[in-house]
Ligand binder design. Sequence first.
Ligand SMILES: Nc1ncnc2c1ncn2[C@@H]1O[C@H](COP(=O)(O)OP(=O)(O)OP(=O)(O)O)[C@@H](O)[C@H]1O
Length: 285
Amino acid sequence: MSDRNNATAALADVAAEPGVAKPDPLLVADNVQRSFGGLHAVDVDHLEIQRGAITALIGPNGAGKTTLFNVLTGFDRGGSGDWRFEGKKMSRLPAHRVAHRGMVRTFQLTKALSRLTVLENLQLGATEQRGEAMFASVVRPLWRRQERAIIERADALLARFRLDHLRDEFAGTLSGGQRKLLELARALMVQPRMLMLDEPMAGVNPALTQSLLEHITDLRDEGTTICFVEHDMDMVMGTSDWVVCLAEGQVIAEGPPQAIGSNPAVIDAYLGKQHGAPPAEELTS
Ligand SMILES: Nc1ncnc2c1ncn2[C@@H]1O[C@H](COP(=O)(O)OP(=O)(O)OP(=O)(O)O)[C@@H](O)[C@H]1O
């Protein structure tokens, strides 16, 4: 049985209901809330993410997907609630400690990072997420050993993602798809157990789409749990084992991709919005 079949089989008996329990959850979140002034951007009662599966987080523009990612990964510490990773409390830990425990999110390449080389981006990915820079800088032999290990890992990832020929180029010169691969490689520098991908397909040309999809499913097949936010419904339907739909901060539906495409609450949520609504036929295709 392929790993996608394994992940799908593990979820086969799970009811398609918001907040439903999973057989082997890696992440369990309760009462996660984040408001901006009077706006309840995130208000999730209960959410479980199945270990070893690819979970897509969908929803119309402004549904709260990115905010939920930011709160769970410690990049936005203004939220409240209780969430556990491997059964251990993670709520309100700073991002580097969340990453140290194994939950890492990707970031779009910023202007500042564009001025670093591809290799430097990966080196930074290894240290910033670990929060060990200060300690390491006073223990030089240890620092040198770590630095060598970091470069070896970076080179292995560059080869894996076929970016090795771009190792010493400025990241700003990369194409949209190559940037996405670099973002993925940066996150993998710390060998995460759970990868949170924010719009992995945005700005990727069709030539690189398939290769990016294969990298993501390979990571799942190697045992990494993946959760991604994505507007591209082809990717959601073609890649995910489970889909969670947010609207106005709440989980309004979840289930296997085929069931979500025809779920009336999901179609209503998209059609009720002026922007970011995929046509109904895209949801059901
Ligand atoms: N820093 C902020 N200050 C004020 N409001 C914010 C802030 N961040 C997000 N919001 C608001 O919270 C709501 C949820 O935004 P969020 O970006 O999480 O949605 P999303 O589902 O990721 O949307 P999109 O698909 O368009 O990226 C929106 O109404 C947004 O305007």
